[in-house]
Write a protein that binds this ligand. Sequence first.
Ligand SMILES: [Zn+2]
Length: 161
Amino acid sequence: MKRGRKGAAPAPSTELPTCVLPLVTCPCCRVRRIVRLVSKSEQNPSRVFYKCPNNRIGTGGCKFFCWEDGEDSYLDYLSSIGMMIPSTYLGGEIEEEEQKEELHEEQKVELKMQKQQQLKMENSEIKLLLEKMDALVVICRMALCAFVVFVALLLYVLAQK
Ligand SMILES: [Zn+2]
């Protein structure tokens, strides 16, 4: 699942906001505890990340590293290991998703109603068309009768001569 920056921590600043995600033991070395830090790199300035203290660029060591936001975030890692995430952290996001779901349902119902209305309109159109066809058939019959009478009269007149 994709998580935008919106659902994650508040606007990144050089000062670390109160940490609400539990800091677990590093899954790599299973000795050190994950630390929460702020990136000072040019690519990701002021972006919060989690890593094992044994993780040092260049020297190898532990490979554990997660950004707080974006894909494969620390939050995703915590969910993947079945860690309980404080409801305060997810509250806003879950609400947002529920609202979206509701909106989706409403849209579905609206769409259904629109379809039904369309169907009704189509039905009435067909009825109208059938009525017109009936009228047309009646007119045709009348025309045919008139024609037959006309031909009969013509024959009669011709026979009289
Ligand atoms: Zn480690």
